[in-house]
Design a binder for this molecule. Sequence first.
Ligand SMILES: NC(=O)c1ccc[n+]([C@@H]2O[C@H](COP(=O)([O-])OP(=O)(O)OC[C@H]3O[C@@H](n4cnc5c(N)ncnc54)[C@H](OP(=O)(O)O)[C@@H]3O)[C@@H](O)[C@H]2O)c1
Length: 298
Amino acid sequence: MRLGFIGLGTMGRPMAMNLLRAGFPLTVYNRTASKAQPLLEMGAAWAPSPADLAEASEVVLTMLSDTPDVEAVLFGPGGVWEGIRPGSIVIEMSTIAPEAAAAFARRLAERGCEMLDAPVSGGERGAIEGTLAIMVGGREDTFQRCLPILRALGKTIIYTGPSGNGQKTKLVNQLICALTIIAVIEGVHLAESLGLNLETTFRVVSGGAAASWMLSTLAPKIIQNDFAPGFKIALQQKDLRLVREAIQQISGRALENEPELFPGAALAFRLFHEAVAEGLGEQGTQGLIALYRRRARL
Ligand SMILES: NC(=O)c1ccc[n+]([C@@H]2O[C@H](COP(=O)([O-])OP(=O)(O)OC[C@H]3O[C@@H](n4cnc5c(N)ncnc54)[C@H](OP(=O)(O)O)[C@@H]3O)[C@@H](O)[C@H]2O)c1
C-alpha cells in the first residue's frame, strides 16, 4: 500500500519513520519543509502539497495540531480533497473534536473515500518506539484493512465504534492524563517545599502505589530542569477545551458555571488555561511546575 504522511512534528516525524522502517512506500508533506529532511534521507518521497500527496497515496495519514488545522489540510486550498481518489483512506491521528472528525468522514465519503479517526496516546517516546495506544473510530472493515499500518505505529490498537468514537475515547484519556499531570506536579512541589531530595523521593515513590507513566516520565525531567516538549502545555490545554466542549454538549451546561459537574476537569481546565496565559504554552507539560513555584514566591 502506498502511504502518505502529513504533519512531521514531535509525534508525526517518528511515526512516519516507523512506517518507512516497516517497509511501506511513503510520501511526506510538512508545512515547514525542512522538518522532512530526515525522512527524505531514509527514502521517503516529498510532495509539494497535501493535494499532491493524496494523489500519490492510497492511504493518507495526518498528525496535526488542532481541529481547524486538520480541516485546512484536508479541505482547504491545495488540500487532500483536491487530490484524493475514490477508494482511498484517510487515517486522521491528531486529537480533534469528535463531531468534527465524524463530519470530515462524511465529507470524504461523498468522494467515495473512508476516514478513520485514530488518535494516539503514549507520548513522544511511544511514537519513537512504535508502542502507541491507538483508539480507532470509523467502519470496522476499514479498521481491519488498516491494521497492518497501525501495527507499525502502536502496540494497543483498539476499535472503538463509529466515526468520532476514537476521538471521544481520546477525551477520556486526556482528562485522566491532565489530572495525573497535576497530581505529579503538585507532588513535586510539595516535596521541594518540604525540603526533600527530589531524586530519592521519586525513586521510592515510583516503587509504590503512586507509580505511573506520568510520574516516571515527568519527575526526572523536572529534576534535570528539562522543560522541552514532549507534549506541549498548549496542546494539553487544547485537549481540555475539547473535554469542556464535550461536557457542555452532554449536559447543556457550561463547566465554568457548574464546576461540580466534573470538578477535576474544571480544575485542570483552569490550571492549564492559566499556564498558557502565563507564557508556558510551548513548554512540555512538566513546565506546569513554574505556575506553582511562581505562586509560592508571591
Ligand atoms: N506530543 C505528544 O506527546 C502527543 C501525544 C498524543 C497525541 N498528541 C496529539 O498529536 C497531535 C500532534 O502533536 P505534536 O506534539 O506532534 O505537535 P507538534 O510537534 O506541534 O506538531 C504539529 C504538526 O502539525 C503541523 N501543523 C499544525 N498546524 C498546521 C496547519 N494549519 N497546516 C499545516 N500543518 C500544520 C505542524 O507543521 P509545522 O512543522 O510547519 O509547524 C507540525 O508538523 C496533536 O493533536 C496532539 O494533541 C500529541
